[in-house]
Ligand binder design. Structure first.
Ligand code: NAD
Length: 402
C-alpha cells in the first residue's frame, strides 16, 4: 500500500464542479459512495498505479467568499442532489479543505467574472508577474504544509471571454517579455497555467478558457518536465454528439443540420449569459460534428440561462439527415443531466491520470485524455470511440512496459 500523498488544487474551487469534486473525494475516501461514473474505476485501470481518494488533500483559488460547504448546501437545496447523511458525514473534511482555499486573481478574466468577485484581495496583482508570484506562493505553501509528494492543478473556474492569440504567445521567451504589461497579454486561466507549470505541476483545463493552449506554455511544460491537458470537459450534450455522430458516419447517412438548444440555471449559466463569455463555449461545442463526419453540415448551438433550472441542464438536439433514395429523416434527443454531478467525477479522473503521467516521466500535452474534452488539446479526433481507444492504448502501453 502506497503512502504517497497528493494535492488537488482547484482554480474556481468553490463553484459547483469544484465543490462536487471535493465532496466526491471526501465521500469516496470514507466509503460512503461507490465509484459509479468514475472512468478510472473501470476494470482496465486495475493494473495501473493510480492515487486512491484517501491519498488526496484539496485546496485551491477562489474569487468569492463561498466555501465548499456553502456550495454543497446550495446544490442540495436548489437542485435536490446529494444525500443529507453523506453531506453531514463529510462536513469536517470539507471544512478542513476549505481552510486551504486562497483568494485568486481576476486579472484578464473580463468584466463579467470580475463582477462575481467579493474577495477584495483578488484585485491585488496588477501585472502577470505579480499574479504568478502570488499563485506560486499559495500552491508552494499548500504543498509544503501538507507534505505532498505531488500536486495537480485543475481549472474549474468560470468561462472567460475568447482571447486573441498572437506573437506574445508564440514562444516562451516572447511571453516572458510581456509579464509586466498592462493590460496583461494573457487571461487569468493562462496566468494560473503559467504558475502551475513553472512550479513543475500538471495543469488540466476543464473549461473552454485559453489556459495552456498556447505554444509558449506548451514550451514551458516541456522545459519543466510536466504535463498539460484540456480543454472544456465533455460531460453531457457534446459527449452525446460525439457518440451519435459516428453512427451517422458509419451508416453513411448524410447529416444535413444539427441544432442543439441548451437551457440551465447555475452560476456557469449566469456567466455564459454574457454573449462574449458564451462565444468561448459555443466555439468548443460547435466544432465536434464536422470533426467527426469530415464535412460541414449546418449547425446551431444555443445556450440560454433559465434561472429556475439551477444545476439541471436540458439539451434538445434536432438532427436532420438524409437516407436512401434521398429520404430526409429526423432524430430528436433530449438530454437532461445535473451539470456538477456529470463533471465532478471527471475532474477526479483527470487529476489521477495527470498525476500518473507525471510520475511516469511524461511531459507536454496528454493526447490520450482526448475523450474527456470537447476541444482536446493537440488532438483533431472528436469521435468518442476513437478517443477512448487512445486511452485504452495508453493503458495497454503501461501494462506492456512501454
Ligand atoms: P461555477 O460558476 O459554479 O464555478 C466557477 C467558480 O470559479 C466560481 O466559484 C467562481 O467564483 C470561480 N472563479 C471565477 N473566476 C475565477 C478566477 N479567475 N480565479 C479563481 N476562481 C474563479 O461554474 P461550474 O458549473 O462549477 O463550472 C466551472 C467551469 O467548468 C466553467 O467554466 C464551465 O463552463 C466548465 N465546465 C463545466 C461542465 C459541467 O458542469 N458539466 C462541463 C464542462 C465544462
Amino acid at each position: 500500500m502506497t503512502t504517497r500523498r497528493v494535492g488537488l488544487w482547484l482554480i474556481g474551487a468553490c463553484g459547483g464542479v469544484g465543490s462536487t469534486a471535493a465532496l466526491g473525494l471526501a465521500a469516496l475516501s470514507r466509503g460512503l459512495t461507490d465509484t459509479t461514473s468514475l472512468v478510472t474505476a473501470l476494470p482496465m485501470f486495475d493494473v495501473v498505479d493510480l492515487d486512491g481518494p484517501e491519498q488526496f488533500v484539496v485546496g485551491g483559488h477562489e474569487i468569492r467568499q463561498a466555501g465548499f460547504r456553502q456550495t454543497v448546501a446550495e446544490l442540495h437545496e436548489r437542485s435536490n442532489v446529494f444525500d443529507e447523511g453523506l453531506i453531514a458525514a463529510c462536513q469536517g473534511q470539507l471544512a478542513e479543505w476549505e481552510a486551504n482555499v486562497r483568494p485568486g486573481t481576476v486579472l484578464g478574466a473580463g468584466p463579467t467574472i470580475a463582477r462575481l468577485a467579493d474577495r477584495p484581495e483578488v484585485h491585488r496583482a496588477e501585472t502577470t508577474r505579480e499574479a504568478i508570484a502570488q499563485i506560486e506562493g499559495d500552491i508552494a505553501d499548500f504543498r509544503a504544509r501538507n507534505s505532498l509528494d505531488q500536486v495537480v492543478v485543475v481549472n474549474v473556474s468560470s468561462t472567460e471571454p475568447p482571447y486573441e492569440t498572437g506573437d506574445a504567445h508564440a514562444s516562451f521567451p516572447q511571453l516572458a517579455r510581456t509579464l509586466d504589461r498592462r493590460p496583461p497579454a494573457v487571461p487569468a486561466s493562462s496566468i494560473y497555467a503559467f504558475a502551475a507549470l513553472d512550479l513543475g505541476l500538471p495543469y488540466v483545463n476543464f473549461t473552454p478558457s485559453l489556459g495552456a493552449t498556447i505554444p509558449a506554455l506548451e514550451e514551458l511544460a516541456l522545459a519543466r518536465k510536466t504535463v498539460i491537458a484540456g480543454k472544456d470537459g465533455k460531460t453531457g450534450e457534446t459527449l452525446l454528439k460525439t457518440v451519435l455522430a459516428p453512427m451517422f458516419k458509419h451508416r453513411n447517412w448524410q447529416i444535413l443540420s444539427w441544432v442543439g438548444h441548451n437551457i440551465f440555471g447555475n452560476r456557469d449559466g449566469l456567466v455564459l449569459d454574457d454573449p462574449v463569455n458564451k462565444s468561448s463555449k459555443i466555439k468548443t461545442k460547435d466544432q465536434v460534428i464536422s470533426g467527426v463526419v469530415g464535412y460541414r453540415p449546418q449547425t446551431h448551438v444555443s445556450i440560454e440561462y433559465i434561472e429556475s433550472l439551477d444545476d439541471w441542464k436540458t439539451a434538445w438536439n434536432h438532427i436532420h439527415f438524409k437516407g436512401f433514395l434521398g429520404t430526409k429523416m429526423i432524430m430528436q434527443v433530449i438530454w437532461q443531466g445535473c451539470d456538477s454531478l456529470l463533471a465532478g467525477p471527471l475532474v477526479l479522473d483527470l487529476a489521477r491520470l495527470a498525476l500518473l503521467s507525471q510520475r511516469r516521466g511524461e511531459a507536454g500535452v496528454l493526447r490520450h485524455l482526448a475523450c474527456f474534452f470537447k476541444n482536446p488539446h493537440g488532438v483533431g479526433v472528436h469521435d468518442f470511440f476513437e478517443q477512448f481507444a487512445m486511452l485504452e492504448g495508453y493503458v495497454r502501453g503501461i501494462t506492456e512496459g512501454r
